[in-house]
Design a protein around this ligand. Structure first.
Ligand code: HEM
Ligand SMILES: *[C@@H]1O[C@H](CO)[C@@H](O)[C@H](O)[C@H]1NC(C)=O
Ligand SMILES: *[C@@H]1O[C@H](CO)[C@@H](O)[C@H](O)[C@H]1NC(C)=O
Ligand SMILES: *[C@@H]1O[C@H](CO)[C@@H](O)[C@H](O)[C@H]1NC(C)=O
Length: 334
């Protein structure tokens, strides 16, 4: 009896141990794919150099491209698997026409250039998802922002999800609670959501995304709102662009730096000069006000928090091991 019991206890313990290891490994796989910063050290040692070179040239040619490449990585990364790069075909609809992407996401040609150069030096080795992650980092650095060690080893998806892109990417009409919850679903704290939103210190938005804010909202500087209406009237001009860091030059002490990755975005918010409704929500009497104030006066803290949030974002939904593939053309599966 006793012996039997003891045996079954140790059998159970044995089973329980391996089952726990199995569960833990599953959990690890889900929460953080195994990426590493030296992934291509032996298989494609020039991967980082080649990518940076193309990015720097593209950003020098058109500064906004740095913003567009950063956003491309973000929109891929609510699942960093290069699914956003897949073109639609007659039998397949990808993510390019999802509401948040249609007519506004850009940078595909730059990714194609990087990919073709890398296919020349190390064919079939560097994934499109990794290219997106490196290009985002290099864009931020080229525009004067912080750097971070990009984790590598993502593989590319063989499918894409239009419905996920539509339902998971945040909308500029969201209130603070919805922004917090959209990012929380991806494992981010409110603090990380605010830091990542600092991306809007570069790049542009179309009139349709902020029209209601400049015409109808009250938590907006009136001179700032008036200045935006010249290119964003009550009707028409939907695709007319304004800088997301659009600060109104009220006094000679004000600066606007839409081409520089700095903390001006947060300085704008404390003056009620956020361009998007969702931007101003971060400083509107709610729980994130004090963090915005901190970032507005302390770019070192913003840079550090932004960099670690970018590393975290870059591992979301990454495919590793035998999952996915290394596409030879980022626009289609092999
Ligand atoms: C917090 C929720 C967010 C919302 C609601 C949001 C929304 C938007 C919208 C509506 C635009 C303008 C699109 C257009 O009119 O073409 C935009 C642009 C941009 N977003 Fe966000 N975004 C958010 C978070 C982020 C994050 C986390 C990043 C990066 C990590 C980011 C990076 C950018 C960049 C760089 C641009 C400018 C792109 C360009 O000029 O091509 N955004 N965003
Ligand atoms: C995407 O934009 C085009 C206009 O460029 C429009 O014709 C099309 O209906 C849009 N697609 C979706 C799904 O909204
Ligand atoms: C502003 O609000 C009024 C009244 O609700 C509405 O009729 C109008 O369409 C709104 N304008 C914009 C640009 O959203
Ligand atoms: C779009 O912007 C341009 C340049 O700012 C401006 O001339 C044009 O009138 C705008 N479109 C509308 C419909 O206001």
């Amino acid at each position: 009896m006793f012996m039997m019991g003891s045996n079954s206890v140790s059998n159970n313990a044995f089973f329980f141990f391996f089952f726990s290891v199995f569960l833990l490994s599953l959990l690890f796989r889900i929460s953080s794919a195994q990426l590493s910063s030296n992934y291509y050290a032996s298989t494609c040692p020039t991967a980082l150099y080649v990518t940076r070179n193309v990015v720097v040239n593209a950003v020098v040619k058109e500064h906004r491209m740095g913003a567009s490449l950063l956003r491309l990585h973000f929109h891929d990364c609510f699942g960093c698997d290069a699914s956003i790069l897949l073109d639609d075909t007659s039998s397949f609809t990808g993510e390019k026409t999802a509401g948040p992407n249609n007519n506004s996401i850009r940078g595909f040609d730059v990714i194609d250039t990087i990919k073709s150069q890398l296919e020349n030096v190390c064919p079939g080795v560097v994934s499109c998802a990794d290219i997106l992650a490196i290009a985002a980092r290099d864009s931020v650095v080229t525009l004067g922002g912080p750097t971070w060690g990009v984790q590598l080893g993502r593989r590319d998806s063989t499918t894409a999800s239009l419905s996920a892109a539509n339902s998971q990417l945040p909308s500029p009409l969201m209130d603070l609670s919805d922004l917090i919850s959209a990012f929380s679903k991806k494992g981010f704290s409110a603090k990380e959501m605010v830091a990542l939103s600092g991306s809007h210190t570069i790049g542009k938005a179309g009139c349709a995304t902020f029209r209601t804010r400049i015409f109808n909202e009250t938590n907006i500087d009136s001179t700032f709102a008036a200045s935006l209406k010249s290119s964003c009237p009550g009707a028409g001009g939907d695709v007319n662009l304004s800088s997301l860091d659009a600060a109104n030059l009220v006094s000679s002490l004000d600066v606007t730096t839409p081409l520089i990755f700095d903390n001006a975005y947060f300085k704008n918010l404390v003056k009620n000069e956020g361009l998007l409704h969702s931007d101003q929500q971060l400083f509107n009497g709610g729980s994130t006000d004090s963090l915005v104030t901190t970032y507005s006066t302390n770019s070192v803290t913003f840079y550090a928090d932004f960099a670690s949030a970018m590393v975290k974002m870059g591992s979301l939904g990454a495919l590793t091991g035998n999952d996915g593939q290394i596409r030879t053309n980022c626009r289609k599966i092999n």
